[in-house]
Design a protein around this ligand. Structure first.
Ligand code: PDD
Length: 288
């Protein structure tokens, strides 16, 4: 089956989907995006994702290309045309096509690209044994709360992870404090059993999975603290995991060359993962 992409009002074969060389996304990384999980053909947490998209639009002083309802129609149609069952839908908005000039164009026309694809289930070993993460310095800018497509530092960190046989890179600031993963939010469970993740300031992306996990933790009565934690704390943690639309909640059992705790996924991480899978299944079921 050939893949279909939505590009500025048209559904086109993926291989022929094009944007102009003067697109500011291509020239400057001047654009934003969202990645939504798809389960049984249904977008998960689409409204929180579109809330965050609208926030990114405002912070970037970009204009919405269409209403939220229309965006949802396009996303659903892209999922349908690509016969996506379990996977992701990707939405990218850029400031548009204009002669190269750093300042914003006078009358920008937001460009829209939507793609969707199936994703393989996570290998059982990832969940049963946990994954390895490496640490990398956080060399990003001061607005990590905006979900911008300008992801070069994230790509560089992920490449370090890949070259070291790791699933994720945990970004650490110059004070030795963990910010987040290269494409995920980072969590620990402390020695005294407290679930900890960093508050959603400008230094991290406020993950939609993060928000769902916070909600689940509250419901389950898990002691939760929203505060920054150091790399040293993470190395000494009882459990660690990362969350994102594509990882859900993924236990991290090795950090650089040392195991976290006994090197096995922790009970809280696994409980939250199971509850998050349930959270997705409930939405997929409700839409069926
Ligand atoms: N990444 N932090 C960063 C830097 C991210 O890129 C992501 C998501 C997250 C988690 O956000 P969410 O829970 O909304 O997926 C945190 C996506 C999946 C990506 O770039 O592919």
């Amino acid at each position: 089956m050939s893949r279909i992409a939505y590009v500025n009002g048209r559904y086109v074969p993926h291989a022929q989907a094009r944007v102009h060389i003067d697109d500011r996304g291509y020239q400057f990384g001047d654009g934003i995006y969202e990645v939504c999980a798809v389960r049984s053909g249904v977008m998960i947490d689409d409204d929180p994702h579109l809330d965050r998209l609208e926030r990114s639009l405002r912070e970037m002083r970009m204009t919405a290309p269409m209403s939220r309802a229309a965006l949802k129609v396009v996303m659903r149609e892209t999922i349908r045309r690509n016969v996506v069952n379990d996977g992701i839908v990707y939405l990218q908005l850029t400031r548009g096509v204009a002669p190269r000039d750093h300042a914003f164009p006078k009358a920008p026309k937001t460009q829209v690209v939507v793609t969707a694809r199936n994703a393989k289930p996570h290998p059982a070993a990832f969940v049963e044994d946990g994954v390895k993460a490496v640490t990398a310095p956080d060399i990003r800018w001061g607005r990590c709360d905006i979900k911008t497509i300008a992801l070069l530092p994230n790509c560089m960190a992920k490449q370090v992870a890949k070259e070291n046989g790791a699933y994720e890179a945990i970004l650490v600031d110059e004070k030795g404090v963990v910010t987040e993963g290269s494409s995920s939010n980072a969590w620990i469970v402390t020695g005294d059993g407290k679930l900890v993740t960093r508050p959603a300031t400008n230094e991290i992306l406020n993950g939609i999975t993060r928000l769902a996990i916070i909600e689940i933790a509250r419901r389950e009565g898990i002691v939760f603290e929203e505060r920054a934690f150091t790399l040293d704390e993470m190395r000494r943690a009882r459990e660690a995991f990362v969350t994102s639309a594509s990882s859900f909640a993924m236990p991290v059992t090795q950090l650089d060359d040392a195991p976290i705790a006994n090197g096995k996924p922790g009970t809280i991480a696994l409980k939250l993962r199971a509850a998050y899978l349930q959270h997705m299944a409930a939405q997929a079921g409700a839409a069926a």
